[in-house]
Design a protein. Structure first.
Length: 326
């Protein structure tokens, strides 16, 4: 695992940029360089499109693979003290370790570790994946029994797993991973959500509810705001509900309760009162623009600012140590 002082970096590779005859050698070169340990599968069409982020305390691999085997041994694949949490977003993957195989389907996940021996994940047909690699020393204190979770299938309906998938997709699609000051917080959220997916201890679960879970719920709030701005019947509760514990944030940011989500007087029958038309409820057009600006800042930066405040309040010294690197 990359040291805490190392410079975070990213890597992108697409076999689509190469002629089919050169793709096998390009994939083997990734293996030799220690970037991604992939091997072509015989008699399979090869395709790879991946992005990898190297953060202090976590490695993130996202993309699509086909006709490839991802391998990890004690000699190849990095620090043997790391654990690997693989999420199969779509398609079928097969994880193998010590003669045992587990098929991972849409939305399911599996935990693998070098402590149980060498392992491999085969994807003969197209599969979309999200792979997370974290230090065992960071995850073990958060999980009830980490060793019991190895090679155990995590169902796609597991709520923390779904939050984790959405959270990593949200930060990966934004510019947040380019901001070094946010890396520790993103990594702490990832640790929280992996632990909850596997079965967190009582204390770790309590801290995660105010930190990782809260941060992961906010992309849902952002999506709902964007999708419902033109809804004539839009209510604050409808926007806040998907955010769970973050339900009061939009109201606090707007400063005047529900006013920007409703008109001051009941509209006449048949009159639409979408947010675009609700500027009449504000004293000036500039006031509405300022409110919109606060909402934009909320959905962009709140996942990182608020969890820090909550971690300080409910997490105690241990959580502050995880976030600040003390």
């Amino acid at each position: 695992m990359q040291s805490a002082t190392a410079e975070p970096r990213s890597f992108h590779f697409s076999s689509g940029d190469l002629p089919p005859s050169e793709r096998g050698n390009a994939v083997r070169e990734l293996y030799e360089r220690g970037i991604v340990p992939l091997e072509p599968l015989p008699d399979c069409s090869l395709h790879a499109q991946i992005t990898k982020w190297f953060l202090p305390g976590a490695g993130i691999l996202a993309g699509a693979l086909s006709g490839l085997r991802q391998v990890a041994t004690r000699h190849i694949g990095g620090d043997s003290n790391d654990v690997f949490f693989g999420i199969n977003l779509a398609g079928i993957s097969t994880a193998a370790q010590r003669g045992r195989e587990v098929t991972v389907r849409d939305g399911e996940a599996i935990l693998l570790t070098h402590a149980a021996g060498d392992f491999a994940i085969s994807r003969p047909t197209p599969a979309h994946l999200l792979g997370l690699r974290v230090p065992r020393t960071a995850l073990a204190p958060l999980v009830t029994n980490l060793d019991d979770a190895v090679m155990r299938l995590i169902p796609s309906a597991t709520a923390p797993l779904r939050l984790l998938t959405r959270y990593v997709a949200a930060v990966g699609a934004s510019a947040r991973l380019a901001l070094p000051e946010l890396h520790r917080l993103v990594v702490a959220h990832i640790h929280d959500l992996i632990a909850l997916s596997l079965g967190a201890t009582r204390d770790a679960a309590a801290v995660a509810q105010g930190c990782g879970v809260r941060a992961a719920r906010l992309p849902a709030t952002k999506t709902d705001i964007a999708a419902n701005l033109g809804d004539c019947d839009l209510k604050l509760a409808a926007i806040a509900a998907p955010a769970g514990d973050a339900a009061l944030y939009p109201q606090a940011l707007c400063g005047r309760g529900n006013d920007i989500f409703r008109t001051r007087a009941r509209p006449a029958a048949g009159t639409c009162t979408s947010l675009a038309e609700r500027s009449a409820s504000c004293q000036t057009r500039g006031q509405l623009d300022r409110i919109r600006g606060r909402v934009r800042r909320f959905v962009i930066f709140q996942p990182f600012v608020s969890p820090m405040l909550w971690c300080n309040a409910v997490g105690g010294k241990e959580q502050r140590r995880r976030l600040m690197g003390d």
